[in-house]
Design a protein around this ligand. Structure first.
Ligand code: ZN
Length: 134
């Protein structure tokens, strides 16, 4: 059911500046960028082997990422785990009494179905489940 680490989400204030660091200093390619209206973020994708670093810049003050930056500053925001069936994964976690931020999947970058597990449950790590049709 859990397949692999799909991506790591990193919250940043200035996506262009941070992307330049990853591209020019770490020599990572950038696969593109996208605005995700539902999450109010601009996202840049930098693949590293089988996984991807996603840089997240808020597009509005009420974006969840803007709130994160206010409280914790820039840095690791979430770990995304790829699942085969997100509805099943959510139902299974709910049955085990795990607190979820999203009881139903939302649409994330690349049209993937995503849902967040409450970070209190995972002791400070925000876990995103994502299902991608490839
Ligand atoms: Zn993500």
């Amino acid at each position: 059911m859990l397949e692999k680490i799909d991506h790591l989400g990193v919250a940043v204030k200035n996506l262009d500046a941070v992307r330049a660091f990853y591209m020019e200093k770490l020599m990572l390619p950038c696969e593109g960028e996208e605005i995700v209206p539902e999450q109010k973020v601009r996202v840049a994708f930098l693949p590293v082997g089988e996984t991807t670093i996603e840089l997240l810049e808020p597009t509005a003050p009420d974006s969840p990422v803007a709130k994160f930056l206010e409280q914790k500053g820039e840095g690791m925001h979430h770990v995304a785990i790829r699942v085969t069936n997100i509805e099943e994964a959510l139902a299974s976690l709910k049955a085990k009494g795990v607190r979820l931020i999203d009881e139903k999947p939302r649409i994330g970058a690349h049209g993937a179905k995503i849902a967040f597990v409450h970070p209190k449950e995972s002791h400070g790590v925000l876990i995103e489940l994502c299902e991608k049709s490839e």
